[in-house]
Design a protein around this ligand. Structure first.
Ligand SMILES: [Zn+2]
Length: 360
């Protein structure tokens, strides 16, 4: 396996708290620009280590314009000291750092979506190099990886933790316990697919690392309510896996509603052939029926033309909605999910379901 070309002068095996950068050389990509010959792209990294114990990766900025997770991790980085833990926490609070700096979902250097680039390539584009660094240099060091997402600029989510459904009952029940410990009002089980192999979920599966992600809001802003929920949830989660020591100030696990999302079934699209303004008719968390009119498209170029209804294609509760009003053919306007029932029936488990992939 090729070593990463991204270098660092911090020792990830050292005891204590160390803050620094992974340094992604830009010269090979001819992206250094007129005023930055031989420059590198800095990717912030922090390790906090105190002897033996659980080893955890906390990651945000996988998509650069999803902010709650980035703030959550920056606050924890500044607060956390080695005496507070046993084991190790590695922080990547701005994983796709070029995208974070650009306030963009994908990297401005190569249009790369980090969450579609795993397992990456040490000789590839900057985004592929970052994916390779995470998969081949960081994941082998940890047992748990928690990847904090929100809905980017285009979607707004009801706050939730999310795990992939697994056919391994022991592993699945283990992951379910993280969802419950994180304790958002809603927790989502994602029906996984071959399309997930390029995502962090796929990287963790290959590495044998327990994975949980989140959706903590969206719309390129920061939700105070969701950030507060996530801060409490993260403390419970880190205590649950045993990396956080000291007095237990976390609240007991709150009730969480566990739901199941199957992309081809639960994604609601605008099928209008003309671009228009999307009027949502249901709210986050609301229950909708199969075939219900959940929105309308209005045509600003022909205001007299009849509005076009948007229908749900299944019953479920609204997990997320499109944020921009301007909507065109093929845009996803809602994603639904159904209450989790264990085990799901065969008809609810399409093996090769990859419509829209997994958002996380
Ligand atoms: Zn994301």
């Amino acid at each position: 396996m090729s070593r990463s070309k991204i270098w660092t002068d911090i020792d990830l095996d050292a005891e204590g708290k160390i803050c620094g950068y992974f340094r992604l050389p830009l010269a090979a990509h001819d992206k250094s620009g007129d005023d930055a010959g031989y420059s590198y792209e800095p990717i912030p990294v922090v390790t906090v280590r105190n002897g033996e114990g659980p080893r955890v990766l906390l990651m945000a900025g996988n998509h650069g314009n999803e902010y709650e997770g980035q703030i959550l991790l920056m606050k924890l980085i500044r607060r956390l000291e080695p005496k507070d833990i046993r084991g190790q926490i590695i922080f990547l609070p701005a994983a796709n750092a070029p995208a974070v700096r650009a306030d963009a979902r994908i990297s401005p250097l190569d249009d790369g979506n980090l969450n579609r680039h795993f397992p990456g390539d040490p000789n590839g584009s900057p985004t592929a190099m970052i994916a390779h660094l995470i998969e081949c240099e960081i994941l082998p060091r940890v047992e748990y990886a928690f990847d904090f997402h929100s809905g980017s600029s285009s979607m707004e989510y009801t706050p939730c933790g999310a795990i992939a459904r697994s056919d391994d009952p022991d592993r699945f029940n283990h992951s379910l316990s993280y969802l419950k410990a994180f304790g958002m009002p809603t927790s989502m089980i994602i029906e996984n697919s071959t399309g997930g192999d390029g995502a962090m979920i796929g990287a963790c599966r290959r590495a044998g690392v327990f994975h949980m992600s989140t959706e903590l809001g969206g719309g390129s802003t920061v939700s105070l309510d969701n950030l507060t929920l996530a801060e409490r949830g993260l403390e419970r989660l880190l205590r649950h896996v045993g990396v956080l020591s000291g007095p237990n100030t976390a609240e007991p696990e709150p009730e969480t509603r566990i739901v199941h999302r199957v992309p081809s079934r639960d994604y609601v699209y605008s099928d209008s052939t003309q671009t228009g303004l999307f009027e949502p008719l249901v709210k986050l968390g609301e229950a909708v029926a199969d075939g219900q009119i959940v929105g309308r498209i209005h045509y600003t170029n022909a205001p007299w033309k009849a509005q076009e209804p948007v229908y749900s294609r299944s019953a479920g509760i609204v997990m997320c909605r499109r944020v921009p009003a301007r909507t065109r053919l093929g845009d996803c306007v809602f994603a639904l999910a159904r209450d989790w029932q264990e085990p799901p029936s065969a008809t609810e488990r399409p093996a090769e379901d990859n419509y829209g992939g997994n958002h996380v």
